[in-house]
Design a protein around this ligand. Sequence first.
Ligand code: UDP
Length: 435
Amino acid sequence: MRFLSDTMLFLSKVSIAKRSFAPYRKFNKRHFVSVTSRARKLRGKRILHISATRSGGGVAEILQSQVALEQGLGLDSKWFVIQGSPGFFKITKKIHNLLQGKSGILTPQEKNLYISESSRMSSGLPEFFENLRPDLLIMHDPQPAAFVNSFPASTPSILRLHIDLSIPNVSALEFLRPFIEKYSRVIISRKDYRPLWLPLKKTLVITPTIDPLTPKNQKMPTRKARKVLMNYGLNPDCPIISQVSRFDAWKDPLGVIEAFYRAKNELPHLQLILAGFFQAADDPESVEIFKRVQRYAKGDPDIFLFENPRLLKDISIDLFVNAIQSASDVVLQKSLREGFGLTVTEAMWKGKPVIGGMSAGIALQIKNGKNGFLVRSPSEAANRIVALIKDRKLHSKIGKEAAKSVAKNFLIPRSLKEHFEIYSRLLGGRAAKSV
Ligand code: UDP
């Protein structure tokens, strides 16, 4: 392959080491067989994923495993991230917020900038495609969505929208509509995220999954996890609650702190961890939200904030996140909107009772009172924290149900199987069921 010309420098390749799918057989034999037999027919197919960032956030988390396993199964999958300007990512973050239901509008200047930056960044795409000859193009979320204007007409394309589209700001959705409509298929995480104007036959639903074999999700005994946290000032003998999330208004970190303060009235030794490492290139708001969180935490010695990856001692972010989730008595994800919420799945997989904000994505995972709790306010969250920490029987019952439901529904062999069905359909093969 020729080297990419200078016009292509806005896309950078994410190096991914291919991984064998064989160890996943133990999780679900039926899915395993289905994935491997489909993979044989897809061998050598060139799948091109494009997203906004290589780390920080759910899309990056999903692609790191999906692309590695697709490669391990013989597909020629590649992943590139766009190198948008700060101004571009500011607008795409606004688009993200509007699509999740924030009020407001995109100004004509913002719309123009999104379109002109997208076409500037995609000016080199024809040459890129000539070199790469992809069989299938998959764009993740709105950041690269407008690239569709530069796709070869004969190459099938998928737009994978990971966000919560349950109550979108209609004007933002209408702005994106001409781009969305050009894709061969659109994948969403919930049936009711489908915009009404999007034909059913073009829409597919894939509920996300986690990879049980990454350092983040491998089993870490609670004692070992608490020892890790001791190095960062936590007391391993006192109860710990946590939320691992980008510092983002939809994740409601202030609501988590309020719930903590309320629960602390009954549990004076309670400790809270809020971790959201600054990693995502496309998230310009996190610094501002973090500052607000710092002010709200008022230097409380029992609140532990983690945002700077450089302050981690000899441990990767993934292992540290594992340690936080594994050491916690209760995990919170108090999101006001959530496309799915991998952090919920990750904690449930570790057998933790999760208290989630009543949002469409989290409701896909938590059945209230059965395998976790859904709450509408900080005071409800506080009541659940106290009940779970005081009632060990309830704690253990909910935790066990949580792990069971992830094992059954939310592990990567299932979503790989669903992706391969769609790939086969678009590249010639058996039909994938639409919504
Ligand atoms: N995450 C992380 N470090 C952090 C915060 C989050 O590695 O400081 C990971 C988290 O473990 C999960 C993903 O980022 O795998 C977040 O995905 P989710 O769907 O919960 O939320 P999103 O960020 O996509 O809105």
